[in-house]
Design a binder for this molecule. Sequence first.
Ligand code: URA
Length: 291
Amino acid sequence: MTAASPNNRPDIADLLAFYASVGVDEALEDQPVNRFAEVAPKPLERAPAAAPSGDTAAPQRSANMSRPEAGDRPNAPPIARATSATVPDEAQAALARQLATTATTLDELRQYMAAFDGCNLKTTAKSLVFADGNPEAAVMLVGEAPGRDEDIEGLPFVGRSGRLLDRMLAAIGLDRTSVYIANVIPWRPPGNRTPTPHETEICRPFIERQIELVNPKVLINLGGPSAKTLLNTSEGILRLRGNWRVHTTASGIAIPAMPTLHPAYLLRTPAHKRLAWRDFLEVKAKLRALG
Ligand code: URA
C-alpha cells in the first residue's frame, strides 16, 4: 500500500462503505486496535488461590489459553497458550466442551470463556457478554448473540430489544433481579451478522453448561436460534412458540423450556407481541404450578 496523498487518497465515502460492508460499524475506542495482530505466547501465571466471587474477575492469564495443557488444580481444565485468532475447527469445539464440563461454578465458566480463543467472533468483539441477572433465579432466558449495545456494555439485552424484554418481564412480575439472562453466543458477530453453524457449535457447550450451573426451574428461549440450538429441533419459532419443550442438560436434568419470539422480532412485528404475551403468561402459570 502506498502512503495516502491528496492524489491517491481513497475516497472517504468508499472507505466507510467498505468498513460497513465488512461489519466495521462502530468506533469503540479512541485509538484503533489491531485485534488480528499476532499475540506472543505468555507464560502462564499461577491461578488465584480462591475463585473470585464477582463476574468481572476473569484472570488475565487465561487470555492466552487455547489448547489443552495441565492446569494448576487437580481438576483443572485442559488449557493452552494461544497465539492469535484461530479458525473454528472441531478441535476448538472439543476444547470448548472440555472447558465447559470442567467448570464447576459460573465464575469458573466465565473465566474459561474469557480465556478461550477458539471462536473467531472473539477477535472482533469488544466484550465477553456472559450474563446478567440473578444466578439463583427460577427463570433463565437465552437469546441468540449480543448486538452493538451489549458488546459495548458487556451485558446481554441492554439495547432496544432489551428494553422491550424488561417490559415483557415486568408484565409477569419479573425483573433482572428475578431472572438470569444469557446468549447462545457470548461474542458479538461483526455487523450483527447471523452466527454461522460452526460458531454456534463451538459456543454451544458454554451455554449448555451455563444452564446446567444455573439450573433454573424454567428456561425461556428467545427466538429461533436459541430454541433450535438448545431444544434439539429444526422447527421454526412460529411453530415452536407457546408450547412447552424440554431442555435436557448433560447430566440428564430435564428443564421445562418455553420457546417464544425474540424481542427484536417483536420490535419489527408488533402485531405478534400478543403471542409473546401469551407465552409469558404460560411461564407465569408454570412458575406458580412449580411453587
Ligand atoms: N439480541 C440477543 O439475542 N441478545 C442480546 O443480548 C441482545 C440482542
